[in-house]
Design a protein around this ligand. Structure first.
Ligand code: ZN
Length: 346
């Protein structure tokens, strides 16, 4: 009896240690049993995600009925991220693991495959959202490397497809709460429709000659294609190093020649090169975009997928000479009632 109790205690302590380690010590404590949870606390699906925009999409659909943790810390380069060994313990308990795929999180995918529990499922959202024929290769993702630009989520319509896949997989794994997931999806889809309409109102206010994007991180390919912008370049090389002196000189020449109004950077990829390029070319330097993580910190009103979209466009559209006020119509708060226990690792 006492041996059994000791074992249980050790397991509990190990769980706490492993979870604390995986959460970076800054995660919100899991909430108590969600009210109205038909399945009860013990029945909640355990869901693991990777980058925080995907975590937020899953949080919106899963609401209070799932246990959710993202493993790619915000503020790190998600393309080169390698999960700590402690993440394997989290993955080994997961019922569902949602990744972007399209080669974004290969080390995490490898760990997921190696540690997947019996009955667990890995869902790569990107590959079920676009076909191989729709893959985009460009500046930081050249076709010669064979890996497409994986940034589908900045395009809200593709993000909605992610949400649809999440709804279907959550419902299949947890039919008791299918209605909750479906209701949340419908509410999220309505928000995306409002966002899409706002973007279609705001983009035409940008002078035609300014509808060109030059960014540091190459994350706007699918968005730009949908909304009539042209990505004229991305500064970050395909190996995520800094560009060569010749590449910098070429970019400066291109910006001057083409009259590109602004160059955009993001907080997660600080670069002195950006400032040099802007200063030498005369373009405005705006370094406030977010790509693979959410703006602000967990708990902030704009720390959400919808907040990411609105914040980016409020930065981007005025810098190109347009009016972003249509984005004021978008409600960025969670679509479900109550408080989720989603963990965003910082
Ligand atoms: Zn990225």
């Amino acid at each position: 009896m006492s041996v059994l109790r000791s074992s249980v205690l050790i397991c509990a302590v190990l769980n706490v240690v492993l979870l604390s380690s995986a959460c970076g010590g800054q995660s919100p404590e899991p909430q108590g049993a969600p009210t109205g949870n038909a399945g009860g606390e013990t029945a909640r699906l355990r869901v693991v995600t990777t980058v925080s925009p995907i975590t937020s999409i899953v949080e919106n659909i899963g609401g209070t009925r799932i246990s959710l943790e993202g493993v790619v810390p915000e503020g790190v380069n998600s393309h080169t991220f390698e999960p700590a060994p402690s993440v394997a313990a989290l993955i080994s308990q997961a019922d569902l693991i949602f990744l972007n795929g399209l080669f974004l999180e290969e080390p995490t995918l490898e760990m997921a495959r190696a540690n997947l529990k019996s009955g667990g499922m890995i869902v790569r959202l990107g590959g079920q959202t676009i076909t191989r024929e729709e893959w985009k290769f460009d500046f930081s993702f050249p076709e010669a490397d064979g890996q497409p630009n994986p940034h589908l989520w900045p395009d809200p319509i593709l993000a909605l497809r992610y949400a649809e896949l999440v709804r279907d997989h959550l419902a299949a794994s947890d039919p008791d709460n299918a209605e909750h997931y479906s209701t949340n999806y419908d509410a999220f889809a309505a928000r995306i429709a409002t966002l899409d309409a706002a973007i279609r109102t705001a983009i035409p206010t940008i002078p035609v000659e300014n509808r060109r994007l030059l960014t540091y991180h190459d994350s706007w390919a699918y968005f730009a294609d949908r909304y009539g912008l042209t990505v004229v370049g991305a500064i970050q090389p395909s190996d995520f190093s800094e560009p060569s002196a010749k590449e910098v000189a070429d970019l400066i020449r291109q910006i001057r020649t083409e009259g590109i109004p602004a160059v955009f950077g993001s907080a997660v990829f600080p670069s002195d090169v950006m400032q040099t390029i802007a200063a030498e070319s005369g373009a405005a330097y705006v370094d406030e975009l977010s790509d693979d993580d959410l703006p602000g910190l967990p708990g902030d009103p704009y720390h959400s997928y919808l907040g990411l979209a609105v914040t980016n466009l409020r930065v981007m559209i005025p810098a190109l000479g347009g009016d972003a006020s249509a984005l004021d119509q978008v409600d960025v708060s969670p679509v479900f009632d109550g408080v989720s226990d989603a963990v965003y690792v910082q």
